[in-house]
Write a new protein. Structure first.
Length: 246
């Protein structure tokens, strides 16, 4: 089967969302050639078993099961490497990124954008009803990315985990040390932007949904801040490396 669109998602304990997620993506992509690649981190709540069954019954679904917790960034990297579609679309599997917004992202790639970012901060977008703490955390992370990593300014929502890109763009995630530690997954977009500074980046508004089921895995606090700054520093180095190659 020649695959045009590869949807890539990472999962960790998403048993309450996974079926709705896969059904939702299949619903909006009906009639197109696509695959859904789910990279699961050895979930203990039944997600792993559900995915194994679904992959047996459903030719659209490809599952990569990690032997232990690799983290979101490394999981998404594995999924993107496996993708066979001309267009790769990365999203969460917890329904906070609405499958109904997928066609908008895909159509902008078809129209000529290289990278399309689902943004909470442009027309048609909203960060939903997140609490004040989560909003401050998010805004702080975005501010730091924009301040320290120039390529992140190509989008209004550099922490977005909902984006599509042409697979023939550079996405070799060359800076290997980035993957040595547990991670904060949002950065995968920062890496792709840093590697493709001359790409045409388009933002498309979407409404970040409240989590209806299951729990967020985000860990905040000073260790998060330290790790995040370390990751931004790695992306800065990566950006510098690619500056002369484009
Ligand atoms: N494989 C794997 N998947 C994970 C892990 N942690 C989370 N995930 C999966 O990644 C998706 C998002 O996880 P959440 O825990 O709900 O993310 P969040 O903290 O709410 O972060 C959201 O906001 C960021 C921007 O502020 C987004 O960048 C991110 O994609 C996500 O939407 C879900 O599908 C979840 O199962 C992990 O360690 N390993």
């Amino acid at each position: 089967m020649s695959v045009q669109i590869s949807v890539v998602a990472a999962t960790l304990n998403e048993i309450d969302n996974i079926e709705q997620f896969i059904d939702g993506v299949e619903g909006v992509l009906k009639g197109m050639e696509f695959e859904i690649i789910v990279v699961d981190d050895n979930s203990s709540d039944g997600t792993k078993e559900y995915l194994a069954r679904r992959m047996n019954e459903d030719t659209h679904v490809v599952v990569i099961e990690n032997p232990y917790r690799f983290g979101m960034l490394r999981s998404l990297k594995l999924g993107i490497e496996k993708a066979g579609g001309e267009i790769v679309l990365v999203m969460d599997a917890d329904m906070q990124h609405p499958p109904s917004a997928i066609p908008k992202l895909i159509s902008r790639i078809v129209d000529g954008c290289d990278i399309v970012v689902g943004s909470r901060y442009v027309d048609g977008g909203s960060a939903g009803d997140r609490d004040a703490f989560r909003a401050a955390l998010s805004r702080g992370a975005e501010f730091l990315a924009h301040a320290l990593v120039p390529s992140s300014r190509m989008t209004s929502d550099p922490m977005s985990g909902f984006f599509a890109f042409r697979r023939d763009l550079r996405h070799d995630f060359a800076y290997r040390q980035t993957f040595a530690t547990a991670d904060y997954g949002a950065k995968i977009l920062l890496i792709i932007l840093a590697e493709n500074r001359h790409a045409k980046v388009c933002d498309v508004g979407y409404v970040f949904q409240s989590r209806m089921r299951g729990k967020s895995k985000i860990v905040s606090g000073t260790s998060f801040l330290k790790r995040y700054l370390a990751e931004l520093f790695e992306v800065m180095k990566l950006e510098r490396r690619y500056r002369h190659m484009q």
